[in-house]
Design a protein around this ligand. Structure first.
Ligand SMILES: [Cu+2]
Length: 505
């Protein structure tokens, strides 16, 4: 409807202009061409002067009026360290271009007025003026040289070459239609390798190489999770894209870099304000004191709901707008707590599946730590339980054997076994059964023997470490007590297990 009205207004204006044109033609015929033309030149010359004043005053007042909405002014000062320098360069450029903008407009309209055709005035014609040529070549050249060189110096400052000594956090942003995958390096501080040949839309959309041990603790944020970063830390963002050109844009941090498929780019910046501090800064301005939701006047104020954001600044397709992500800057301590609470992608999606190159071969430090805690609390819960309703069976997930034989894969099983030794010491009244189970592959009698032998091996290890033999029974159940159906590889994997059955506490 609005479009229709706007179109109607434009159409009517066009009709009016045409009618006025016809009218002046008619008047010219009646009064004589020359007189009318002179009068019209005079009016147009004066009208152009009026236009110039209205236009320039409009430009300046609107710039002043909207100043606080522009990045770099009012409350929207830079939230990153390098941003102040960038804002300064923008202001210097604005100063010079502003002078040129105002002067050229004054001259343009003044000339149109001053030299409007009146009487029989003749135009002055000259073919060449060296002085004039010098002025309008040398002055812009000096200004341009100054602007370009200060810009280059700033650019070099913003993009330092980071060495291994520069403590920084490197994260990775991969743009695609229409979202960002944000990857954090995890506890080791290193992002694992990627290879596009490993891309699998279902389980590995980034093509991360799980054989690279740096990958296994990498964290990939969920699609709507906030990007959390610490204040006062050097952050390097590796920027890349999977399909078309995108652009990694953090307006409040003056960070903007193309995300190009096949060509990694990066940006280095240091946030200097937490989200909370930035909100406090906004709260000092009346325009941020209004309700954030106009329909809810009692609700939170606009400054209270402010969030930093990541936008794609490249028109990359019709879902382009949905690449917006929220960014939260927190203190270093809050960041560490947040990071520690994130689960590595590998741990929740790859571990123990057929894509896992480390299955039964290696345990990673974060798994050992988490598992130790899990095992201790499971036993403690059972021991402290007074209701009697808790199961007395705890699965010993991290005990592994060599394939087909009873020998322990002690290199990776020792963590779980050593935890058991500690537990038996901490709860001296504990009596347990170590129960071996197999899947249904192969002969049932052989499976029974194998499970018995494996349970024995666990017991032997514990006895060697000082646990009294009388407190433990080793027993094999073969394939007779499956947890799940043996029809699938995942089911069979669950059924091959060693259990800790608490007999008395
Ligand atoms: Cu995009």
């Amino acid at each position: 409807m609005t479009y229709l009205v706007a179109f109607g207004i434009i159409f009517l204006l066009a009709v009016i202009v045409i009618q006025i044109g016809k009218l002046s033609e008619l008047a010219a015929k009646i009064r004589g061409e020359e007189v009318v033309e002179r009068a019209s030149n005079d009016t147009q010359g004066k009208a152009l002067m009026v236009f110039m004043v209205v236009f320039l005053v409009g430009c300046v007042t609107s710039a002043i009026y909207y100043k606080n909405d522009m990045l770099g002014y009012g409350p929207l000062t830079s939230a990153s360290a390098h941003g102040f320098e960038l804002d300064h360069i923008f202001n210097v450029t604005l100063f010079f271009t502003g002078i040129v903008f105002i002067l050229t407009h004054i001259v343009l309209f003044w000339f149109a007025y001053k030299y409007r055709s009146l009487d029989k005035r003749k135009a002055l014609f000259f073919a060449h003026d060296s002085k004039l040529e010098m002025i309008w070549t040398i002055v812009p050249a000096i200004v341009m040289t100054y602007l370009v060189s200060t810009g280059l110096i700033a650019w070099n400052n913003i993009f330092p070459t980071l060495t291994a000594e520069d403590k920084h956090i490197e994260i990775e942003a991969t743009g695609y239609q229409f979202a960002w995958d944000i990857r954090y390096p995890g506890a080791d501080g290193k992002l694992g390798n990627k290879d596009f040949r490993l891309i699998d839309p279902a389980t590995n959309s980034l093509g991360i190489d799980w054989k690279d041990e740096a990958s296994v603790d990498d964290i990939i944020l969920g699609g709507s999770d906030k990007i959390v970063l610490p204040k006062d830390s050097l952050i390097k963002v590796r920027i890349t894209a999977k399909d078309v050109l995108h652009n990694f844009y953090l307006p409040h941090f003056r960070v903007k870099m193309d995300a190009v498929p096949g060509l990694p780019t990066s940006f280095i910046f240091t946030p200097v304000m937490t989200t909370k501090e930035f909100r406090d800064q906004l709260s000092k301005y009346p325009e941020w004191q209004i309700p954030s939701d106009p329909n809810d006047p009692e609700g939170p104020k606009k400054w209270e709901t402010f969030e930093f954001e990541l936008a794609c600044a490249e028109l990359c397709g019709k879902g382009h707008y949905s690449m917006r992500r929220l960014v939260e800057i927190v203190t270093r301590d809050e960041f560490n707590t947040w990071l520690a609470a994130q689960k590595p992608y590998y741990a929740s999606n790859i571990r123990g599946t057929e894509k896992d190159p480390w299955d039964g071969k290696k345990l990673f430090p974060y798994e050992i730590k988490a598992r130790g805690f899990e095992l201790r609390s499971a036993v403690a819960r059972y021991v402290d339980d007074t209701t009697g309703s808790m199961s007395n069976i705890i699965n010993l997930d991290h005990i592994f054997y060599k394939t087909g034989v009873s020998d322990l894969n002690s290199e990776i099983s020792k963590h779980e076994l050593d935890n058991l030794v500690t537990l038996m010491g901490r709860f001296p009244r504990l009596r347990v059964e170590l129960a071996g189970h197999t899947d249904n592959v192969g002969d049932a009698a052989a499976n029974l023997l194998l499970s018995n032998a494996r349970a024995d091996k666990v017991k032997t290890y514990l006895v060697e470490k000082g646990v009294a033999s009388a407190r433990m029974i080793a027993k094999g159940y073969g394939q007779d007590a499956p947890l799940e159906s043996n029809d699938t590889p995942a089911g069979r994997r669950k059924n091959r297990r060693t259990e800790l059955k608490i007999l008395s506490k």
